[in-house]
Design a protein around this ligand. Structure first.
Ligand SMILES: C[C@@](CO)(OP(=O)(O)O)[C@H](O)COP(=O)(O)OP(=O)(O)OC[C@H]1O[C@@H](n2ccc(N)nc2=O)[C@H](O)[C@@H]1O
Ligand SMILES: Nc1ncnc2c1ncn2[C@@H]1O[C@H](COP(=O)(O)OP(=O)(O)O)[C@@H](O)[C@H]1O
Length: 303
């Protein structure tokens, strides 16, 4: 028997960041939107835990127990008093170390796949608890759609979305480390008064109404100056997307993937073509959000 789970990438339409907490994390108002770029995690019974990965960025994915998919399997197995004897195969389409939560997606996907394969039938609350232990973004990968994440980003409130939003994503020639970007945020804001992170009422209203112009006017990312400080070449990518007619251009989360909000599929094609021709990025993708969270796509694999 095998179980395959499909899990989406995310873009942060608002990322408001507080000053560093005593534990080194930052409180956030993190408005996540899942978008239709997916990894697939396939779980098959095996003698011992094994991770394999295919895809364009597969060589950058760790295949040992540091892989978030492996950590998810181990966490679920420990909770249910069994061995993590499973082969997890990751078909990776989400850019690695790109600020699109690909590792988190694989963690959530592995959790749902192992739960179905092993028949552990963990409740949604238990799954969310394990996700939060794995990483701040992992709970959102489980639920998908759109949500406001507070605390580290792990405490979620689902958000209403009144329409489909069209995006173009430009991947970069190298990755950025999330902790390094948060450290750069700390450096850049040292000695300043960092306001408490609050979700923008205008932005939540724009999402709820499906109003692309209002969303474009309100997207924001407090990590963007830090990402640009570590990766100044991204400014040229943002400028190229804006010049091609993107309604908004921003760094996705900790970056370095850049995200461009457009009006419709024609706008997406125009911006994608201009970015591809600009020579300022590695690869260009289009996607629509919201997208569903971790979903079993092999119904015959369910126990
Ligand atoms: C920035 C965001 C925006 O959604 O994602 P990416 O753009 O990297 O995908 C997230 O906050 C990343 O979440 P995630 O990648 O799950 O982070 P974790 O594994 O929990 O933490 C990795 C490191 O990031 C920093 N970190 C993370 C979350 C947070 N609220 N404050 C932090 O300071 C800490 O240095 C931590 O050690
Ligand atoms: N399943 C996984 N897929 C990708 N990266 C992973 C995975 N598990 C652990 N990692 C590690 O996490 C780092 C961050 O990767 P990723 O989650 O893709 O980026 P981001 O945090 O920017 O969204 C990678 O550089 C890699 O070392």
């Amino acid at each position: 028997m095998t179980v395959t789970v499909r899990v989406p990438a995310k873009v942060n339409v608002q990322l408001a960041v507080a000053a560093s907490r005593p534990d080194g994390f930052h409180d956030l108002a993190n408005v996540f939107l899942a978008v239709g770029l997916y990894d697939e995690v396939t779980a098959t019974p095996a003698d011992e835990l094994r991770i394999t990965c295919e895809g364009r960025d597969a060589d950058q994915v760790p295949l040992d127990r540091t892989n978030l998919a492996a950590r998810a399997a181990i966490a679920l197995a420990e909770r249910y008093g069994r061995g993590p004897d499973v082969h997890l195969h990751i078909a990776k389409d989400i850019p690695v170390a790109g600020g699109m939560a690909g590792g988190s997606a694989d963690g959530a996907g592995a959790l749902v796949a192992c739960d179905a394969l092993w028949g552990t039938h963990a409740s949604q609350a238990e799954l969310l608890e394990i996700c939060a232990e794995l990483g701040s973004d992992v709970p959102f990968s489980l639920v998908g759609g759109a949500a406001l994440g507070v605390g580290r980003g792990e405490r979620l409130t689902p958000l209403e979305v009144g329409g489909a939003f069209h995006w173009v994503f430009a991947t970069a020639v190298r990755g950025l480390s999330t902790p390094a970007v948060y450290r750069e945020f700390d450096r850049l804001t040292a000695g300043t008064e960092v306001p408490d992170p609050v979700a923008s009422a205008e932005l939540l209203d724009a999402l709820a109404k499906g109003d692309v112009d209002a969303l474009a006017a309100t997207v924001s990312n407090d990590l963007q100056p830090a990402a640009l400080s570590l990766f100044p070449e991204l400014t040229a990518t943002l400028d190229a997307g804006r010049a091609a007619g993107a309604l908004a251009a921003l760094v996705s989360g900790s970056g370095p993937t850049t995200a461009f909000l457009v009006r419709d599929p024609a706008g997406a094609q125009a911006v994608a073509a201009a970015l591809a021709a600009s020579g300022t990025c590695r690869n260009v993708r289009t996607a629509v959000g919201p997208a569903p969270g971790a979903t079993v796509v092999t119904p015959d694999g369910l126990n």
